[in-house]
Design a protein around this ligand. Structure first.
Ligand SMILES: [Zn+2]
Length: 209
């Protein structure tokens, strides 16, 4: 378990380092048996110790002496609903957040949008952070997807392990920057659902091969 906590700290520091989420914003969790480990509330990532990482059971209970991230509920709800979710990264990254404040999704302006699982990356409706209402909105936007934006808030992704989830969060931020840049030149050409389905089929075969 110590190795899992250490890995969470490593990636939390990386969140800060590469500018994906500054200071205390954003949070990371990893699924374990009957629950998940998550970054704590209110502590700077740069000073995190393994004892600060909080174990939250799948039923939402945790040691009251510890304080998990105030956004632990959407981690819990994703783990309850998405059986393939093994790690979650949530960030207030600048470009993804910039799109989210317009309550816009990222369309298939680039084929890499397919990394999130389909022909777009949806934007979950706004609700107060840490509420069940927000979990509900996020799960709706995550239907058949591994990533979404959260209106007036940021982005959230999950994957089969922490390195993969982190990479996907980086990719969502990168796509957000590319999309904003493309919009400066006018209306970008959007790829059809059929074209994205071809990308998804190819990616699947590539993984198998
Ligand atoms: Zn947040």
């Amino acid at each position: 378990m110590r190795a899992i906590k250490k890995n969470i700290i490593k990636y939390s520091k990386k969140l800060n380092k590469i500018g994906l989420s500054t200071l205390r914003s954003g949070n990371i969790s990893v699924r374990v048996e009957n629950g998940f480990y998550i970054t704590p509330s209110g502590l700077k990532y740069s000073s995190l110790k393994t004892k600060d990482i909080v174990y939250v059971k799948l039923d939402g209970t945790f040691n009251k002496k510890q304080k998990p991230s105030s956004e632990w509920r959407f981690h819990q709800d994703i783990y309850l609903r998405k059986k393939d979710a093994r790690a979650i990264v949530h960030a207030h990254s600048t470009n993804a957040t910039a799109i989210s404040v317009h309550n816009k999704k990222i369309p298939a302006f680039h084929y890499m949008v397919a990394l999130a699982g389909g022909h777009d990356i949806k934007c979950a409706k706004y609700a107060t952070f840490g509420t069940r209402e927000l979990s509900k909105n996020i799960l709706k936007a995550l239907k058949n997807r591994k990533a979404c934006l959260i209106s007036n808030h940021g982005q959230i992704v999950y994957d089969s392990d922490l390195p993969k989830a982190f990479e996907l969060a980086e990719e969502v931020e990168n796509l957000s920057l590319q999309y904003i840049t493309a919009l400066k030149l006018g209306k970008p050409k959007i790829l059809s659902v059929k074209k994205i389905q071809k990308v998804l089929a190819k990616a699947k075969n590539y993984k198998r091969g």
